[in-house]
Design a protein around this ligand. Structure first.
Ligand code: MG
Ligand code: ZN
Length: 434
């Protein structure tokens, strides 16, 4: 829980103290921080290959490339592990403190430390959390909760409503998944949010027609479907970002908005390149939306980065010297959805509606044999085939420790250049926010 005594930064920098030493630079009114969970360099490089519509020639830069400014190191201070999880990395990015894995908004001594979102609220700004996981999942929660374990989903959701900054609601716009954590047996947080002047929406159509300045939007019981599996009623990350910006920009004091591409990491854990490209594309569009907002403004910084990389994804495998994104592009759903459909129909013909590249009989036999097993087994078989034909390599089902990119656009972007620690990003934000 948030305690006012815990706001003191022990490094001499107290972000809630007006005497804080600002960098000799212009203050920023609006901050849009985008985190691609798990989005290491191989993912954004993969996107460049993926967007290129030929097998040869000069590749067009991605939207990210032109805003590349630096890299950050992601390791946490966990005593058991020198590879971070998303809670510890999120906490470093949100508070300026590296901490132990699993911790949200706490330093290594388990003391509550303020986040840049809370500081923005303290300065009279509006705040927003937008993502494609449940909104109380680790990365988003690291900006607005203070809890020893990321698994305490109900407690995190409670804190979003119950914790106040200067008597005001901590978060003004919350968009993503997670109905099941808000509409519970012990408590209906949705009703309580509405009683506290929030609008509530559950579909894209409701999102675009809603006019509430404070808004809770929950579009799935837990996570949203991945971008390529989404139906007409589920908003994209870009559409949620746009809806958040429309509301937050009404505050004359400005805003802090966090946008997370939550499931890039989840696809990485699955070693699923179709899901990975789907979610990087979704994140790319959200970054475009953020940059579009900041263009021609002198008062906004847009930063996009990752909390760590996932899966040890590599562009090519087995000495092939030929990564093949056309295979990935020919697939119209994630392996999980294709596997689910196969188990519903028990008909291998179903595969033809989802995968438009030629499979050998041996591949079909392997996939067919999994129909006697679980959906997960079929998913795994599809993933193996797709990785083989696209020539995508993976080294782990977990996270990896290499540095990750920082992209920035707008006022003070140069401050995020070069090589830094993940915690430096929060420390700079504390100092430049107006
Ligand atoms: Mg996350
Ligand atoms: Zn992860």
């Amino acid at each position: 829980m948030l305690k006012s005594t815990a706001w003191q930064h022990d490094n001499g920098l107290n972000p809630f103290n007006p005497m804080v030493k600002y960098l000799g630079t212009q203050r920023v009114k609006n901050v849009i921080l985008l985190i691609g969970d798990g989005m290491g360099f191989s993912y954004t490089t993969g996107l460049r290959y993926f967007n290129h519509d030929s097998n040869k020639g000069i590749m067009n830069p991605t939207i990210f490339d032109q805003y590349f400014v630096g890299t950050q190191s992601t390791y946490s201070l966990d005593t058991e592990s020198n590879i971070t999880d998303s809670a510890a990395a999120g906490t470093a990015l949100s508070t300026g403190y590296k901490t132990f894995n699993g911790a949200l908004g706490l330093n290594i001594d388990k003391q509550t430390v303020p986040t840049v979102l809370e500081y923005a609220k303290f300065r009279g700004k509006s705040t927003g959390l937008v993502g494609t996981s449940q909104v109380n999942h680790a990365t988003l929660a690291a900006f607005a909760a203070h809890i020893e374990s990321r698994e305490q989903y109900d407690q995190i959701a409670d804190d979003y409503l119950d914790e106040r900054i200067e008597g005001k609601q901590k978060i003004d716009v919350i968009l993503g998944g997670g109905t099941s954590y808000f509409d519970r047996k012990d408590r209906n947080l949705i009703e309580e949010f509405v009683r506290n002047d929030f609008g509530y929406v559950t579909t894209l159509q409701e999102l675009v027609t809603n006019n509430n300045e404070m808004l809770l939007g929950l579009f799935a019981p837990i996570e949203l479907p991945k971008q390529i599996d989404r139906g007409q009623t589920v908003p994209s990350l870009a559409q949620m970002t746009k809806a958040a910006l429309e509301r937050l920009q009404q505050n004359p004091n400005g805003f802090f908005l966090l946008v997370e591409g939550s499931q890039i990491d989840w696809a990485g854990h699955d070693n699923d390149i179709v899901g990975a490209m789907s979610e990087v594309k979704d994140f790319e569009a959200a970054f475009k939306e953020a940059v579009k907002f900041a263009v021609n403004r002198e008062d906004t910084i847009v930063i996009a980065t990752a909390d760590h990389s996932t899966g040890g994804m590599s562009i090519d495998r087995n000495d092939n010297y030929r990564w093949n994104p056309s295979v990935i592009k020919s697939i119209t759903s994630t392996p999980f959805v294709i596997a689910t459909r196969l188990h519903e129909t028990m008909d291998m013909e179903t595969l033809k509606y989802h995968m438009h590249f030629p499979l050998h009989d041996a591949d079909l036999e392997i996939i067919k044999s999994t129909l006697e097993m679980e959906v997960e087994d079929t998913k795994e078989a599809l993933i193996n085939v797709i990785n083989h034909y696209s020539s995508t390599g993976w080294t782990t089902k977990g996270h990896t420790g290499e540095d990750v990119p920082i992209y920035a656009y707008g006022l003070n972007r140069h401050l995020f250049s070069g090589r830094m620690e993940n915690s430096d990003i929060a420390n700079i934000l504390f100092q430049i926010m107006d």
